[in-house]
Design a protein around this ligand. Structure first.
Ligand code: 13P
Ligand code: 13P
Ligand code: MG
Ligand code: MG
Ligand code: MG
Ligand code: MG
Length: 364
């Protein structure tokens, strides 16, 4: 029997402002999932990254299962009620619909799931981010599964020599495409280097074994108005035919810039932190990522290990602070502020609307 790992998340209210989830909400979510263990779930773990509530669940029902999605949805609804009672900020923020109809996709929450036959030993790493968008994983997935200067196993381990298949989604045109690496690496990069539009959804071994799965939901495109960023999650399997655990997390040593941060409208450095630091503060950020490591054993989650709670990541955190200062110095100027195309999904169009009648045409 196969095991499914489902990570379903939503921002249902936070305090103060967009900085962190309230402990009472974490408590309710953990209790609800615990109650479902033994019936629809095998195991569960609840955490948060910034203002996003993260539900980690294992079961045998496969991806897109109605019972699992309904469980998550009901928890988000109950948590949102609690958030309303405490007048938390953005209570129910990511819940776009009110009637559940079989699947949380398209309703606001982010979803990453994968179903697999457990190996003799199955290390699984779960990444959760706040103040950025799903395409933020592109760079890291490429480094893990396709860059031999990052993952040495691609060169020295024969079980990785065949390379991997990447499924890329175009979140604007709603279409998908497959690329095989290493032979199509340049073509893959041509797309995923534009992470606001092209997002890696899955990575497989050439024989179809699942290696990585991400959430690709784009909240503002669904809502048609600004409702915060679609802070993403990702599941990655490691070892024995996949990159080693250390090869999966090493790419986060590089301080790359991602879209999100204040008002979902700025580029900022992506900072890997331990769970105790998974709170957004400075300019509502900077964008953060946590990683919990588990061994999956007959569906049980052995763990977690807080992977970025480690002085080995102090240097990248310092570099992120340096970059943060350099970008913040731009104030409202690009490239700190996102490009106009991306700003269409923020509150800026409201300003343009205000001045639309004041513009005068110049002579030809
Ligand atoms: P150990 O000798 O500590 O098990 O390390 C093995 C390894 O492959 C580390 O990448
Ligand atoms: P969230 O998507 O994390 O709620 O962020 C929204 C925001 O506006 C932060 O400044
Ligand atoms: Mg929020
Ligand atoms: Mg447990
Ligand atoms: Mg958030
Ligand atoms: Mg958000």
């Amino acid at each position: 029997v196969k095991t499914t790992v489902s990570v379903i998340k939503a921002d249902i209210g936070s305090f103060p402002g967009h900085s962190r989830t309230h402990p009472k909400i974490l408590e309710v979510a953990a209790r609800r999932l615990k109650e479902a263990e033994g019936s629809i779930l095998i195991d569960s773990y609840v955490t948060h990254c910034g203002d996003d509530l993260e539900l980690i669940m294992t079961h045998t029902k496969g991806e897109d299962n109605e019972e699992i999605h309904k469980l998550a949805w009901d928890i988000f609804m109950e948590g949102a009620e609690l958030a309303k009672e405490m007048k938390l900020y953005g209570a129910g923020q990511d819940l776009l619909g009110d009637a559940f109809s079989g699947n949380v996709k398209g309703m606001g929450p982010g979803v990453a799931e994968m179903e697999f036959e457990e190996r003799g030993s199955d290390p699984v790493l779960i990444f959760m981010a706040d103040k950025t968008e799903p395409g933020a994983w592109n760079y890291f997935l490429y480094k893990m599964f396709a860059d031999p200067f990052s993952t040495s196993g691609l060169v020295i381990d024969p079980s990785l020599h065949e390379g991997f298949t990447f499924e890329v989604h175009d979140v604007i045109e709603k279409r998908k495409i497959l690329f095989n690496t290493p032979e199509e690496s340049y073509s893959l990069l041509a797309y995923i280097g534009a992470p606001s539009r092209y997002v890696i959804k899955y990575v497989w071994k050439r024989d179809g074994t699942i290696g990585a799965s991400t959430s690709t939901q784009r909240l503002n495109l669904m809502a048609g108005r600004y409702v915060g960023k679609d802070d993403p999650v990702m599941i990655v399997r490691a070892q024995s035919g996949f990159p080693a655990v250390g090869e999966v997390i090493d790419p986060f040593r590089t301080p790359i810039l991602v879209a999100g941060w204040m008002r979902g409208s700025h580029h900022g450095p992506f900072m890997p932190v331990g769970v105790c630091d998974a709170n957004c503060t400075q300019f509502d950020g900077p964008p953060r990522v946590i990683c919990l490591g588990f061994q999956v054993c007959n569906g049980k989650l052995i763990g977690p290990a807080d992977m970025f709670d480690d002085p080995a990541f102090n240097r990248v955190r310092d570099q992120c602070c340096e970059l943060s200062s350099a970008l913040r110095a731009h104030g409202p100027f690009e490239p700190h502020r996102l490009s106009l195309e991306e700003m269409e999904y923020t509150t800026l169009p409201g300003v343009e609307k205000k001045f639309k009648d004041r513009w005068e045409n110049l002579p030809e």
